[in-house]
Write a protein of this length. Structure first.
Length: 125
C-alpha cells in the first residue's frame, strides 16, 4: 500500500493507474506502485471516460502527467490521493489532451482537476 503524508501530518492511501488504448479501446491498466486494483473503468463514451473509486475513498487531490513508457502505447499515467468516501472521475476528450475533473458525491465534495496527454488509435466510442 502506498501512503503519503499531508501537510497536517495525516497519512492517506494513494491510488492510481494507467489509462491506455489497446486494440482501439481504452483500458485501465494495473499499476503496482498504487492500489489500482480498487479502481473501476465504468464507461467510455464519445467524449467522456468514467472511473469509479470504491465507497471507502474520497478524492482529496488529483494530479496527472504523461508517462513516456505508456505514451508509446497511447496512454498516460495518473495518480490520486484519496481518503474516505466515493468519487468518480470523468475525462473529457479535448484537442490533444484528456481533461479530468473529479469530485465526491457528497455535500462535502472537494473539487480537483488535472490534465492527461493522450493519443488515440481511433475514435473513442
Amino acid at each position: 500500500m502506498s501512503l503519503f503524508t499531508a501537510t497536517d501530518g495525516a497519512q492517506h492511501r494513494r491510488v492510481g493507474g494507467v489509462l491506455r488504448i489497446v486494440n482501439g479501446a481504452w483500458e485501465l491498466a494495473n499499476d503496482t506502485e498504487y492500489q489500482s486494483d480498487d479502481l473501476t473503468l465504468d464507461g467510455v463514451g464519445a467524449s467522456t471516460i468514467t472511473l469509479t473509486f470504491p465507497p471507502a475513498l474520497k478524492i482529496i487531490s488529483f494530479r496527472a502527467s504523461p508517462d513516456a513508457q505508456f505514451a508509446q502505447n497511447y496512454g498516460a499515467s495518473f495518480g490520486v490521493d484519496a481518503e474516505l468516501d466515493r468519487a468518480v472521475i470523468r475525462g473529457r476528450l479535448m484537442t490533444g489532451l484528456l481533461y479530468f475533473s473529479s469530485w465526491s458525491n457528497t455535500a462535502t465534495a472537494i473539487h480537483v482537476e488535472g490534465w492527461l496527454l493522450h493519443e488515440t488509435a481511433g475514435p473513442v466510442e
